[in-house]
Design a protein around this ligand. Structure first.
Ligand SMILES: Cc1ncc(COP(=O)(O)O)c(C=O)c1O
Length: 429
């Protein structure tokens, strides 16, 4: 095995970046499958720091060797097996679009729904396949019937698209938003519960809960929040854009009324794929954005009447699920947490560097955020890119100011050493 690995390494360096020969591609594929097999057979906590194994797994991706991408929080790259499936389905569709798309590929929608439901731990009858979290949660915001004066509790740290949707509803329908403003990081779950409870009045109908706040990676105690909402007869809407296939959970663990996510983030599914979960008893009462002939029906498929779209990305979600399951949800979460902690513990030693994220697994996972005293985040990110070719995400939002760093399963500790080195140099000038 060792000699094959060195052969793979050697052949990559010989041919990259022009093209990979069939033999090399085959060797890489074997290497990736060896790594996945080893992962599946070994206790997860022992795998977190097996760098050689994760480096082999990284070959499943086709990421650029010239930049170090630490903004996987924005959108994730797809493993090659997923990209190939999209290409295949796309070419297939072009052989006769209405026949191959509508009569052949569309037949894959029901098995896909069951696969997603298995991963989410729900009934397939509660899962709608769509394009992203924005679409999933807009379906809920616009589909719920609220009256003038009804109140929604949400935070200033929620995602802008959701904030904009609720603000438009406030303008149009006269509902009222009660804003919470948290100073992150928070390491006491009670602080979030108290915030939501204290903002609640007899007119409160909805708690909009972001499972993981994108700006810093802060995790909210979503199980307790959904329980508290239920006790008060309040609808819970969970924005799970950043947590699905990132944290190891099933949706019924916290039983929200509605949950939306983007599959092109942590699942590494094709760009423009997402999912909406609606608890069975809520389906009939939620109006679809694009109605079918039974907008008040109880069939989850009423949320999929989008019209003609490309079926190729949707169908390739299946390959992304298989790849994710081959790693394992728990192993993936633990490795991602390990990577975040790895760089954070190194940079936090510097007197000018402050972490804006908790290191505790219940409050954060892959995403992290740091700031350097006296240097604006934009400037830090721009230096990281122009001087070190490291791509990051500078953040200035409400009371948050820092650079967001998001490794993924293909990121190695060697990559992070390069990043840490660059940050320490920038901080030391
Ligand atoms: C918390 C959160 N919600 C929603 C979204 C929107 O996701 P999308 O653009 O895939 O709809 C994002 C995107 O980063 C996010 O971080």
């Amino acid at each position: 095995m060792a000699s094959r690995r060195s052969f793979v390494k050697k052949s990559i360096s010989l041919v990259a970046p022009l093209s990979l020969s069939t033999v090399t591609l085959k060797a890489i594929a074997e290497d990736v499958s060896d790594a996945l097999l080893t992962l599946s057979k070994t206790d997860s906590s022992r795998m977190n720091n097996d760098e050689e194994l994760w480096a082999r797994l990284a070959q499943a991706y086709t990421v650029s060797p010239s930049i170090l991408n630490l903004n996987n929080g924005g959108v994730s790259p797809q493993p090659k097996v997923v990209q190939d499936a999209v290409d295949r389905y796309y070419h297939y569709s072009n052989e006769g679009p209405t026949y191959y798309m509508w009569q052949i590929l569309d037949k894959g929608r029901e098995p896909l729904r069951r696969k997603l439901a298995d991963l989410a731990g729900t009934s397939a009858e509660e899962i709608a396949v769509n394009r992203n979290t924005t679409e999933a949660l807009a379906t809920v915001t616009w589909g719920l019937t609220l009256s003038k004066g009804d109140e929604v509790v949400m935070t200033k740290q929620d995602y802008p698209n959701m904030i904009h949707a609720w603000k438009q509803k406030e303008l149009r329908d006269g509902i009222s938003i009660k804003w919470l403003n948290f100073k992150l990081p928070v390491e006491n779950a009670d602080e979030f519960i108290k915030g939501f409870v204290d903002a609640t009045t007899p007119r409160t109908r909805i708690w909009h809960i972001t499972h993981m706040i994108n700006w810093t990676g802060q995790i909210l105690p979503v199980k307790r929040l959904c329980e508290e909402a239920r006790k008060r007869n309040i609808i819970s809407i969970v924005d799970g854009s950043h947590t699905f296939a990132h944290l190891d959970f099933k949706i019924p663990d916290f039983s929200p009324d509605y949950f939306g996510t983007s599959l092109h983030k942590w699942l590494c599914a094709p760009f423009g794929t997402g999912m909406l979960y609606v608890r069975k008893e809520n389906i009939a009462g939620l109006w679809p954005l694009f109605p079918n002939d039974k907008p008040q029906g109880a069939d989850i498929r009423k949320f999929e009447a989008l019209g003609t779209r490309s079926f190729a990305p949707e169908q390739a979600i299946g390959q992304a699920i298989d790849f994710h399951l081959a790693i394992g949800s728990k192993r993936k979460e633990e490795r991602l947490h390990y990577l975040k902690k790895y760089w954070c513990e190194k940079v936090m030693q510097h007197p000018r560097i402050k972490l804006n994220v908790s290191l505790k697994p219940e409050f954060s996972c892959a995403l992290g955020n740091f700031s350097i005293e006296g240097i604006e985040p934009e400037r830090v990110a721009s230096k990281l890119f122009s001087e070190y070719q490291i791509h990051t995400s500078p953040i200035k939002w409400e009371n948050i100011s820092g650079v967001r760093i998001t490794p993924h399963v293909y990121t190695t500790t060697k990559d992070l050493d390069r990043f840490v080195d660059a940050v320490l140099k920038i901080a030391s000038v």
